[in-house]
Design a protein. Structure first.
Length: 117
């Protein structure tokens, strides 16, 4: 499985960005795709996740109400709409695909998000 993240960039505080995570390769019947981020000097943290059918969505407390995860299965792509960005949202954003039973994780390369104050 290959995951390609894109859409990062430099934006001023209060601005918006939309990240995309395109998957290719193997297909799965039961999985979830998530976004994680890592700021300089900090551990990678969970941002949001969505089940393969879009029925369940999860957002971290720090982004709830500002970020929205969604998916387009026809394009094998998961999106992260980020609004009202803050400087503390700065970091490298990674997408991860996790299969369920058996559990396997696939990571994509990150995309840099920088929010200036």
């Amino acid at each position: 499985v290959q995951l390609q993240a894109s859409g990062g960039g430099l934006v001023q505080a209060g601005g918006s960005l939309r990240l995309s995570c395109a998957a290719s390769g193997r297909t799965f019947s039961n999985y979830a795709t998530g976004w994680f981020r890592q700021a300089p000097g900090k551990e990678r943290e969970f941002v949001a996740a969505i089940r393969w059918n879009g029925a369940n969505k999860y957002h971290a407390d720090a982004v709830r109400g500002r970020f929205t995860i969604s998916r387009d299965n026809a394009k094998n792509t998961v999106f992260l709409q980020m609004n009202s960005l803050k400087p503390e949202d700065t970091g490298v954003y990674y997408c991860k695909l996790s299969t369920i039973n058996p559990t396997e994780d696939y990571w994509g390369e990150g995309t840099q998000v920088t929010v200036s104050s």
